[in-house]
Design a protein around this ligand. Structure first.
Ligand SMILES: Cc1ncc(COP(=O)(O)O)c(C=O)c1O
Length: 369
């Protein structure tokens, strides 16, 4: 990102403020679309990263087949933005959520839900399709690849119409714990193999499998050409973050999102305090060996060592040279959870600036219903 440009565009604004280099964002969107096209798979970006109608439309314009959502807020907002094919990658459990799912299914061309539960699947209305979730090693939701998955899907199809069973789904979240590039590639192989092996088992039992949906930003570079995988769901690639940089899946120059913060105190020569703490920058650090809560652009000598809610404690390798009032751009550790802390991001492009509402952040409160 072009920190000078982002700092100039936010110079008159209160900090902390989330700001996006729109040119880098567009480049990232186009680049991932090209990766998918080259691999011969459909792209269904995970919109949990941006929670934005503007970015969702940009992804569709670049060729995405639809979007993935993690919450009903996100799924509904994407429908409002004109996304016709929505995957809710989180099982909706409970009557209140099911009512929202039913209403949403009436508004989009195709609504799919991922689950590893027959009970969840049979609770859905007739318009909703299902992807069965396989555990490729993240140990979150999903049946083990192969026999267990085939048994699970067979049990599903005893109570659920085969026409609404679309195929298999997995998320390799454990890639964020990859020790090195080799480990990352092994996890990417396991991600695809988990679905391919399970699909082979299902086919042997005469069960049709249309879709094999994988995806994460770190494993996106390994999508194998014509392997049988049908779609990928990377999310973080649009903005990038310090975790992606540490894993090597995004170059620092390809990070599009920063939080601009102001120095509010300089208690020691080698320390300064920013007005951005965990209310403005994600405190999530999934990747081992990542030091500090973000990358201070242009100042590799500074570490954002600790955060309170409204304080960010910067430590220098020597005197920081910072003064109260100075502004810095910080690339957060985790873009998705950082964006969730802001009402809007300021998108700065060659041709001007525009506020982009983080329209689907957080949860809908009972009072909104
Ligand atoms: C189910 C699912 N698919 C895809 C993604 C996108 O992963 P990433 O942010 O690594 O691109 C996520 C992220 O949490 C996810 O939960």
């Amino acid at each position: 990102l072009d920190a000078e440009r982002l700092l100039a565009a936010t110079a008159e604004l209160e900090t902390p403020v989330a700001v996006v280099d729109g040119d880098v964002l567009e480049r990232n969107v186009r680049r991932m679309a090209a990766v998918a096209e080259e691999a011969g798979v459909a792209l269904r970006p995970h919109g949990k990263t941006h929670k934005s109608a503007l970015v969702a439309r940009m992804q569709l314009a670049a060729g995405a087949r639809g979007l993935t959502a993690a919450t009903l807020n996100e799924a509904e907002m994407f429908a409002d933005a004109g996304v016709e094919d929505v995957l809710l990658a989180h099982p909706p459990v409970g009557a209140a959520k099911l009512r929202r799912v039913d209403a949403l299914a009436e508004r989009v061309g195709m609504l799919t839900i991922s689950t590893d539960s027959v009970d969840v699947a049979v609770s859905l209305s007739d318009r909703v399709h299902v992807l069965w979730e396989v555990d490729s090693g993240h140990h979150r939701i999903g049946t083990a690849p192969g026999q267990d998955t085939a048994d699970g899907v067979a049990a599903l199809l005893e109570r659920f119409p085969v026409e609404r069973f679309r195929g298999l789904f997995t998320f390799p979240g454990h890639v964020y714990k990859a020790k090195d590039d080799n480990d990352l590639r092994t996890i990417a192989d396991e991600e695809a193999d988990a679905l391919l092996d399970s699909a082979a088992e299902l086919k042997a039992r005469g069960i049709p499998v249309q879709e094999l949906s994988i995806g994460s930003t770190p494993t996106s570079g390994s999508v194998r050409k014509r392997s049988g995988v049908t779609e990928m769901r990377p999310g973080s690639y649009v903005y990038g973050d310090a975790q992606q940089v540490k894993l090597g899946s995004t170059g620092a120059e390809d990070c599009a999102l920063a939080v601009v913060a102001t120095v509010v105190a300089t208690p020691a020569a080698d320390r300064a305090v920013l007005d951005a703490g965990s209310k403005a920058l994600s405190a999530d650090v999934l990747v081992d060996g990542l030091i500090g809560y973000g990358l201070v652009v242009g100042r590799p000598d500074l570490t954002l060592e600790r955060m309170g809610e409204e304080h960010g404690m910067l430590v220098g390798q020597g005197p920081t040279g910072l003064r109260v009032g100075d502004r810095l751009a910080v690339i957060p550790t985790h873009c998705c959870t950082t964006v969730n802390l802001h009402d809007a991001t300021l998108v700065v492009r060659g041709d001007g600036t525009e506020w982009d509402p983080v329209a689907a952040r957080g949860w809908r409160s009972p009072g909104d219903r």
